[in-house]
Design a protein around this ligand. Sequence first.
Ligand code: FDA
Length: 415
Amino acid sequence: AGTQPGFIPSTPADSLNFATMPTAHPYYDVLIIGAGAAGLMCAGVAGQWGQRVLVLDHANKPGKKILMSGGGRCNFTNLHCTAEDFICANPHFAKSALSRFTPWDFIALVERYGIPYHERDHGQLFCDRSAKDILNMLLAECDMGHVEIRTRTAIKDVRVGPPYQVDTPTGTVQADALVIATGGYSIPSMGATGLGFDLARSLDIPVRPTRPGLVPLTLEGKALKRLEDLSGIALDAEAGFNGACFRENLLFTHRGLSGPGVLQVSSYWEPGQPVEIDLFPGVNLGDHIRSVRQQRPKMELKTLLGERLTRRVAQRWCDLWVESKPLDQLSDTDIAQVEQACQSWKIWPSGTEGYRVAEVTVGGVDTDALSSKTLECRAFPGLYFIGEVVDVTGHLGGFNFQWAWASGHAAGCAI
Ligand code: FDA
């Protein structure tokens, strides 16, 4: 830390051979690849601790995903953030960073900048005006730390150090510490690449299998044909996979299923397995049918189901799985069948809409290779992985940004 540009500290002074010494490259304390949420947070913190920081990004401007997040309003954190809101092979890993930089720490920063925000369902906080407010705040924090940000800079090669060396089209830069904050594969059109994963693999740092998360599920063939014309209808439902269960809206789309509940479950879903959906969450449907039957025995089943499912979905369910009849003609077996069709509805997705639209990448750099306190790589002192490139994936609702802030802050303080 505190080295001058052009000075190569790892070369002992008495072994310098001026005839063969390569041209000195610009030297920084910290080099960060990726000017996204985690990279900018880390840069601002490290810069304000007095480190000389350079951030490199191949995109034309920093923080592009921040700008498009939360429908342009950036769901920047969640009031109820706990380690249980994250998917990670080691469920305890995220606790340390999350506890040292909490949603309240980020809110304090937002309030210091006078950024107006509001709370939506489930403790999600959004900007009142625009996600630009959050990006401008991070850039102002970087400015305060005299951070240099270079965009439109392709990374040609990375050599492990210290000094860490990164080749760019305009030359090589060096630093004592290298932070990989390149995010995941999601939305390649916004600049996402697998650079962080590839770099980790090339250094034999384990990477857990990656897949798109928070992504609509697709259906094919008969399964799609049965539902595609319901496209646009949203219902309160519970979607579950392997013990993970989310009660939020489900949306029929012309390619399959989406909506917050389905996006949440998609992060857990494994190909070839069914997702189970309860269209009457929190209701004992059998009891409900029997009780309505006492008062209105001639009511048609599809009418009763339609009160909650919409007329079109109820009609479709009756066409597909349970014949609609007056309630007083339903046998116990019929009622059990209705319960099965509505509350344990199994869909077998053919896949997901992929990284093209996924909000996150599940999986990534194995947390066993990293310190949970600093995010430094155990095998390579001075090498850090932060944000989405790490095998820590948040649920929908501001958790992914909270991880980006917390992991960026942890590394920024530790470097
Ligand atoms: P991030 O992706 O932000 O940044 C990575 C940076 O690295 C980018 O600037 C990229 O250009 C750069 N980079 C990549 N490859 C490179 C290479 N080869 N060379 C140089 N630079 C390279 N989360 C949340 O909590 N609330 C929300 O509202 C939303 N909304 C949302 C909407 C949409 C449409 C998406 C796609 C995602 C969200 N998210 C979200 C998720 C959130 O955006 C995401 O988890 C964080 O941005 C991750 O931050 P990182 O800094 O790790 O990666």
